[in-house]
Design a protein around this ligand. Structure first.
Ligand code: ACO
Length: 398
């Protein structure tokens, strides 16, 4: 409980806003969201057009530079990213040292923070050329780290990057290749992965972007700041909902069981996972695009029987007064887990995929932060509710 006397101690006017529900922590020109209308734009371009027409690396360039690249700029950017995909052999050794059952997100977070020791010059964040180099490196190395973490969990040898391949085809190859000749990713799967990465590339001041900005505001190097973002994403309230959707669909098991499941949700026994959003009070625009990508992926992999349950669940919920009156619609996580499962990713890898897609967003937020002269170190106020001015009691008298 907050007492009037506590408020006086804050020192001047202050808002008490746990979780920054109603407080803008920064100015930003990167991502625009209108949750009531279901609109998401990167640098003013609608997400639907970007998912349909651009590549992930093009979207990275857009988020970081504010403009779509010309073909020369895109060629240079693709060249620069592609030439930083390899990891130092000692990062590989670091990853090998993890336990066989280490969570790939924990491995990724540690490996990214370790990169700061391999590139100590990264701490010179005032030099634009140096910033560009570190940003390029990080976008390039994230799929390699994600794939190595996956192969480690499978007990399989690491597959090195193939820089003849596109960003997403290279990632799929590092994940799934078994020998020199046996793997060429299906173009439809490559496209689906591009779309998933584009949809996850930024979402303005979400928990992990806020973590990157908060840690970055101390002017630490970008690897340490992004490692903080990965830590935030690791948490189940942020990056883990798609796994919960899959578990829920499996538990429902058949479309016949949907009505009784919905009754349980309405009675408050549990939540319909993958539905509802703090910002979107309309259909999450990313969910519409993922639904389409799901169909494309299933053309290659065969239909996941859980899709029928998901579709029927969505149909019933969208006609039900409980969900309509609360403006609860499918969010990005409702269908993404189905795609990841169809691609044969174990659930622990779902958040790793999210992190790879979100890296350009974290870096764009970080770059905007460190180049904004008005931005100060993140240092919120508190409302102190503890004791004051107590006399120390020697241990033998307590
Ligand atoms: N199923 C059933 N009822 C729900 C759901 C749901 N998924 N989400 C919200 N509600 C109900 C609440 O019970 C509440 O009802 P009441 O007014 O009768 O009490 C009302 O809708 C408002 O809910 P809040 O919890 O206040 O909404 P909030 O904005 O705080 O929560 C959240 C948003 C956390 C996403 C919530 O909708 C939820 O838990 N959804 C399921 C988990 C999920 O899918 N998370 C992924 C989000 S997307 C992402 O992080 C990338």
């Amino acid at each position: 409980t907050i007492r009037a006397a506590d408020l006086k101690k804050v020192g001047g006017l202050a808002t008490y806003d746990p979780g920054f529900v109603n407080t803008a922590s920064c100015r930003s020109a990167i991502t625009y969201i209108d949750g009531e209308q279901g609109i998401l734009e990167y640098r003013g371009y609608p997400i639907e057009q970007l998912a349909e027409q651009s590549s992930f690396l093009e979207v990275c360039y857009l988020l970081l530079n504010g403009e779509l690249p010309t073909s020369d700029q895109l060629a240079q950017w693709t060249h620069d990213v592609t030439h930083h995909t390899f990891l130092h052999e000692n990062i590989k050794s670091l990853m090998t040292g993890f336990r066989y059952d280490a969570h790939p997100m924990g491995m990724m977070m540690s490996s990214v923070s370790a990169l700061s020791t391999f590139y100590p010059h990264a701490s010179d964040i005032s030099d634009p050329e140096n910033r560009y180099l570190q940003i390029t490196r990080m976008i390039a190395k994230m799929p390699t780290i994600g794939a190595f973490a996956y192969r480690h969990s499978q007990g399989k040898p690491y597959i090195y990057p193939d820089n003849e391949l596109s960003y997403c085809a290279n990632f799929l190859s590092m994940l799934f290749k078994m020998s020199e000749r046996d793997y060429a990713a299906d173009e439809r799967l490559v496209k689906a992965l591009e779309v998933l990465f584009i949809l996850h590339a930024d979402h303005e001041q979400n928990c992990s972007a806020n973590a990157v900005r908060s840690v970055g505001s101390s002017q630490v190097d970008p690897y340490s700041a992004v490692a903080a973002g990965i830590g935030a994403l690791y948490g189940p309230l942020h990056g883990g909902a798609n796994e919960a959707v899959l578990k829920m669909l499996r538990r429902i098991g058949s479309t016949d069981n949907i009505p009784s499941f919905i009754e349980g949700v309405k009675a408050g026994n549990e939540r319909l996972m993958g539905f509802g959003h703090r910002v979107y009070k309309n259909y999450d625009p990313r969910a519409t695009i993922i639904k389409k990508a799901t169909e494309d992926v299933f053309e290659v992999t065969g239909v996941n029987p859980l899709l029928e349950i998901a579709q029927e669940l969505e149909k019933i919920a969208l006609e039900d007064e409980y969900f309509v009156s609360r403006k609860l619609y499918p969010n990005v996580d409702f269908y993404s887990g189905l795609i990841y499962e169809a691609l044969e990713f174990p659930p622990e890898m779902f958040t790793v995929l999210f992190a790879i897609g979100r890296t350009p967003g974290w870096l764009a937020q970080w770059q905007e932060l460190v180049t904004d002269k008005e931005q100060k170190i993140a240092r919120p106020k508190q409302i102190y509710t503890g004791e004051r001015q107590r006399e120390f009691v020697p241990i033998d008298q307590r």
